[in-house]
Design a binder for this molecule. Sequence first.
Ligand code: BG6
Ligand code: BG6
Ligand code: GLC
Ligand code: GLC
Length: 950
Amino acid sequence: MFAVHLMAFYFTKLKEDQIKKVDRFLYHMRLSDETLLDIMARFQAEMQKGLGKDTNPTASVKMLPTFVRAIPDGSENGEFLSLDLGGSKFRVLKVQVSEEGKRNVQMESQFYPTPNEIIRGNGTELFEYVADCLADFMKTKELMQKKLPLGLTFSFPCKQTKLEEGILLSWTKKFKARGVQGTDVVSSLTNAMKRHQDLDVDILALVNDTVGTMMTCAYDDPYCEVGVIIGTGTNACYMEDMSNIDLVEGDEGRMCVNTEWGAFGDDGALEDIRTEFDRELDLGSLNPGKQLFEKMISGLYLGELVRLILLKMAKAGLLFGGEKSSALHIKGKIETRHVAAMERYKEGLANTREILTDLGLEPSDADCIAVQHVCTIVSFRSANLCAAALAAILTRLRENKKLVRLRTTVGVDGTLYKIHPQYPKRLHKVVRKLVPNCDVRFLLSESGSTKGAAMVTAVASRLQAQRKQIDKVLALFRLTQEQLVGIRNKMRVEFEYGLKKDTHPLATVKMLPTYVCGMPDGTEKGKFLALDLGGTNFRVLLVKIRSGRRSVRMYNKIFAIPLEIMQGTGEEVTAGRGFTLQGASLPSTPSSARPVRLLLSLSLQLFDHIVQCIADFLDYMGLKGAQLPLGFTFSFPCRQASIDKGTLIEWTKGFKATDCEGEDVVDMLREAIKRRNEFDLDIVAVVNDTVGTMMTCGYEDSNCEVGLIAGTGSNMCYMEEMRNIELVEGDEGKMCINTEWGGFGDNGCLDDIHTQYDKEVDEGSLNPGKQRYEKMTSGMYLGEIVRQILIDLTKQGLLFRGQISERLRTRGIFETKFLSQIESDRLALLQVRRILQQLGLDSTCEDSIVVKEVCGAVSRRAAQLYGAGLAAIVEKRREDQGLEHMRITVGVDGTLYKLHPHFSRILRETVKELAPQCDVMFMLSEDGSGKGAALITAVAKRLQQAQREH
Ligand code: BG6
Ligand code: BG6
Ligand code: GLC
Ligand code: GLC
């Protein structure tokens, strides 16, 4: 009995002594709670640094955005291939997710070896090897004929800008293949797969193993929002709020961030806790100076740390009687599995003896106890450090959610965590101690990270299918060079039709003579009134032209034209509204006191309103009763017989007072002035806005012989040789032709590029079947085309969560200015989203990207179509003049041209491509067409007087 007690006493004493000895020796490796809290705080600061745009470049903890935005919701399904490369084992898998609506995952897998000559050889060979293994797997599983999406779990730090791309930042752990760092792993593997002609695989997602682990666990537990690997290497990922991720646009929802915490301390932040053993181990590693935190924690290094410690202790005579075996000198001789075995509860000491003996040592009981304790200290330190960093992440999650208490799940994987007998328990305990306000569940990922990778791939695959649908729609708006040349040539044909007497009556591009025959020469002078009707704004202007110095002063006022007057919805008006009705043929007014509804001519309403505005303006300018010559910019197609006569052929754009059509607009205006009987105005000229614009610019640059409007409507005028204008007598000189090219295509010649969306816009317009080209190019319609596309994409479930809102059903919500804002390059996605929200469209960031793309496709086509039309006219002018090369200036106006960020550039580029022999200069009309109209009036007035004097 005494002997037993003595033995027990002896053993306890022995154990105590050994433990004390080792504790003393490894004092520096034992971390107090205080130190752990300090490390936790340091890691919190590191995370912040990695997330900030400015601080990220110098941060050692890279906090890499993964483009994985949501945890699985159970709707994932399909069959996928998966590769799992970078952990202790390389696997190829086939994963079947959720068959027949059940939350169910089936996997078939095969391991392949990763010999050192492959993982540390040439990069190309590494990827070829991986592709070979994949091909082998597919052959074995008879999958060769299937086209399957693939998710790649690649457990190294990769910079991603999208899910299907990953630039390797640096190799870690055991890998060091040449020529891979700084390149995209996905494209390298895709290239390597090309060697197998029968392999048809699309890599849709690249995920880190932490991400795969988190997703695997989240499939079973939706609370899982952190993934941790404690295996060959160590790392963690977690769901971060988008608003905190500076490196990725957008602020809604969350995105998984791969912390790459293994690199914590690479900037010296952990020097105070690193020991001489850590430094020695680092020097002998494949990546000295790198992954310093990982080297204190993970499976690849723990055994080696133990070996270095034992060697040092033996050298100091503290172990094995000072004897060292040659095996103990060999790097890698002690592995993590040995450490785990030595730390087993019962058989630990026996295992230790066996392992040490295998190393050629002759350990005493005391040695075994000491060595076992060395293992404990090393692995405990590892768990402590992991716990500190994990506690930092959990705290961050709790703070992001502004919770007092956080309930969360951490998905974990990795051989060290799985095979070490005490590791999980120690880790859990320390984490709970460090973050007492978090209820943490640790969930072991039983099926590795590939199940999660398959979830990510499933989502990616659904998005890819959706993307294809979107691309299909956008492709309808993409015009090839060949198509553009065709359009240019067709436009040219239409010009000739319009100019020729025989074909003119049927021509859709009307080529209207304007009776404007020359450019201003600088001698024009006087005070003129101008009206500018038909663009975004209706203006009345006073233009003072001084001769000689080419100086013009203008005063103007914008007036609104009520919609009911513009669109003829107000034919029924109540009598006594203040309209002056003299001269109008009205039904006799019943002498009743009640308001009576009268049928009032639309033309009367419109022109009376215009005269009312003139009266207001004259009043405002202190010119009441003045007698001034007036130039009328009237931006609609008019058949002219002289400069002061213009019969409205038909309304375009937003006007529809039908009884004006076929009437002379000058007469209608004169009548209205007479009806008011307040002032007298001499209407000298009626000009189209294109003509006014050409004149405005021509006053500055005599080479300006084309006027272009890219605004509410679309049109162009140019100076044509009289001999080509069959509708007007005389062959001398030139005359400006208002092409009214908006009607191009009304004969069906553009049907091949006319999309279903164009048709819908046309059908919903005030003039169906008319102005086809205008409806594909001008500001009034581009937004409508966009809206039609968005409605269709929404119906297809590709936008706005498939919900067509009332707003989206509202005609005209996308004005040119919004289109222009949305497409601005300077605008962040968030701002696009805000614009959409202002428009009443509740969009996500993804929606905003699509909306922006749709706007881009529509406005690009418009600019190209304009370019094709313009190329047709400049080429015609060049050929007519028999020039090899021609320089010409185009005067331009209109909100689309002025406000849109890309329109003018694309227009210029297209003209250059389609009319390479013409040097086309674009001159923006800063002053609007009113100035030009006044100049035309001045010239006409001079001619009038000259005629009278004769
Ligand atoms: C596996 C995962 O279970 O664990 C891998 O499928 C991961 O993706 C690995 O890399 C990590 O552990 P270890 O110990 O193999 O590096
Ligand atoms: C203005 C001109 O600057 O531009 C108008 O003065 C013209 O005559 C208009 O109609 C065209 O642009 P928008 O975008 O207003 O239709
Ligand atoms: C290394 C890698 C990291 C990976 C981890 C676990 O730290 O850099 O990407 O997640 O090992 O495998
Ligand atoms: C419409 C009109 C045209 C005008 C153009 C630009 O196309 O028909 O006359 O020039 O819009 O405002």
